[in-house]
Design a protein around this ligand. Sequence first.
Ligand SMILES: [Zn+2]
Length: 311
Amino acid sequence: MGKVLFIGVDLGGTNIKAGSVSDQGKVLKEMSISTEADKGQAHVLGRIIQVIQDVAEGSEIGGVGIGIPGQINVERGICYFAPNLPGWKDVSVTPVIKKKLGCPVVLDNDANVAALGEFAYGAGQGSQHLLMVTLGTGVGGGLVLNGRIFRGFRDLAGEFGHITVDCNGHTCSCGRKGCIEEYASIRGIVRMVREALDAGVESSLRGVEKLTPREIYHDAVNGDTLAIEAFQRAGDYLGIALADVANLLNIERVVVGGGIANAGNFILEAARARVQKDALPEAAESVEIVKAQLGNSAGLVGAAYLARSID
Ligand SMILES: [Zn+2]
């Protein structure tokens, strides 16, 4: 008998990544193809099937897990809406792929599968109650409680990015004021730096044509006070939101990933300090805030882990 493969798929607006993953979380074979999202949903589903078959090379597939950047109905395998995939509205994903491949298929939100990946094989190992926070273009969240993804009533749980940290603050894309996404995301940090520069604060970032987290990090490492304070402020706001999560869920570990997490300690130290100060003492003592370990692979290995757990 040949080996049975478990395959994780990470569907993005630009690329589709698929990989076979061992039960130890090792990526055995990985492939990436362009999504060609502009050609419509049926075409993209075909691309997903193609890349899975390319990875499998004729071997038996034990299960496929797919992470999608959108709103999902996990039980029915439907994607209601995905902002980066034009025309994706109520797309039936699981039934189509299952029929074509003849193996179990499971679908989930990309933030959830990334959290599961870190839980199973990354910085979350050894914990049972975990929040993964992704700091990137926006702020994403995924919850693993009692060792399982927590999805809530309609698979909508984990929207950490829209926790309010300043009810008189900056207006968020969701329409509300002061969501953490407006402070601990790329645009949030860049905005805070720009506001300080406009207010005349002295900084080596003055005159930089295009402010990016990379530029700001570079100057922070070189000791620029404004750059350091921008990350610290983002971390402080992050800590305000995390203190709520610690109090509400007595979370054991917070895993921080995403592009900005590379600015690591400036953000994480400020977040830890704020949680220690704000959360109830027992909740603050229980929670550990750490950097993610799996980088871009978290979603793929998490999706494969999910595929292994299909009943
Ligand atoms: Zn919001």
